[in-house]
Design a protein around this ligand. Structure first.
Ligand SMILES: CCCCC/C=C\C/C=C\C/C=C\C/C=C\CCCC(=O)SCCNC(=O)CCNC(=O)[C@H](O)C(C)(C)COP(=O)(O)OP(=O)(O)OC[C@H]1O[C@@H](n2cnc3c(N)ncnc32)[C@H](O)[C@@H]1OP(=O)(O)O
Length: 239
């Protein structure tokens, strides 16, 4: 958003320059580069390694990337805002367009709001045959609850995001209607955990899923959850 505001400002300044008899490119070399090249602004995919990723997270990431090679698994990209067809569809069908323009200009995905390494570092892989996702998650220092451990709300957020993606891929535009979590062991801050989600059943617009959160060596079961997601009805207003 900030980038597009800056771009708009540059264009405006350049056009003002044209009225004053100065070529826009001469006034603004950045704008000139953009106008005369085919370069496009590519949004950052946050579901890729960055320097804050621990060795554990990188190792697991590499293992799953290998599993993607035969097409059985797929890495799901993740953006701060709006770059998926699903989020555009959601706005089209369920949000008032005035609200989208005026109030959502600053909006970004809750889990991607922190600087690298401080909050939610994660990548989700999807297996279509098995209708399941595996989310590799490293919870950073800004997600502390009880000293030294992850906040339960941060764990719930990641479970919701991981289970939600497992529902949204086959289900389309869905929302969480119910999420039940048993917190069995506290998760150490900055450690890596594996969130396994599974689509169990679909009944009409209802998708039932289950989930567990385990340590990398699978020896510790941190949390278990079940979720109910509802496929939104385009005929029904959300507000
Ligand atoms: C999750 C991905 C979403 C994808 C879409 C958008 C963009 C994607 C792009 C990027 C996203 C990336 C990652 C996503 C990350 C995180 C996911 C976050 C998800 C959320 O953070 S989301 C916020 C919290 N969420 C809410 O804010 C919902 C508030 N809620 C409602 O807006 C309505 O409640 C709604 C719409 C859910 C249903 O409303 P509705 O009118 O369409 O349906 P209705 O009420 O008729 O229920 C139909 C049948 O479900 C049964 N049913 C309903 N609720 C039940 C319950 N709680 N327990 C047991 N059964 C229940 C009924 O009993 C009936 O059952 P039956 O058909 O058998 O009679």
């Amino acid at each position: 958003m900030l980038r597009s505001c800056t771009a708009a400002l540059r264009t405006l300044q350049a056009l003002r320059g044209r009225r004053e008899g100065v070529s826009p490119a001469a006034r603004d070399p950045v704008l000139a580069r953009r106008w005369f090249s085919t370069e496009k602004v590519i949004p950052k995919d946050h579901a890729l390694p960055n320097p804050s990723w621990s060795k554990d997270l990188r190792l697991l990431f590499d293992q799953f990337m290998k599993k993607c090679e035969d097409g059985s698994w797929e890495r799901l990209p993740s953006y701060k805002s709006k770059y998926t067809q699903k989020s555009e569809d959601f706005k089209t069908y369920f949000l008032d367009s005035k609200l989208v323009k005026e109030q959502l200009s600053q909006a970004q995905l809750f889990t991607r709001g922190y600087e690298d390494g401080l909050g939610f570092e994660y990548v989700i892989f999807y297996n279509d045959d098995e209708k399941r996702t595996v989310c590799l998650f490293q919870g950073g220092p800004y997600l502390q609850g009880v000293p030294g451990f992850l906040h339960g709300g941060a764990i719930a957020t990641m479970i919701d995001a991981a289970v939600g993606m497992c529902a949204a891929i086959p289900g389309g535009i869905v929302m969480t209607a119910n999420l039940n979590i048993n917190f069995k062991r506290p998760i150490p801050l900055c450690s890596v955990v594996v969130i396994n989600s599974q689509l169990d059943k679909i009944e009409g617009r209802k998708l039932f899923l289950s989930c567990n959160v385990r340590s990398v060596d699978e020896k510790i079961l941190y949390s278990e959850a079940t979720g109910l997601f509802i496929k939104l009805d385009p005929e029904k207003s959300l507000i």
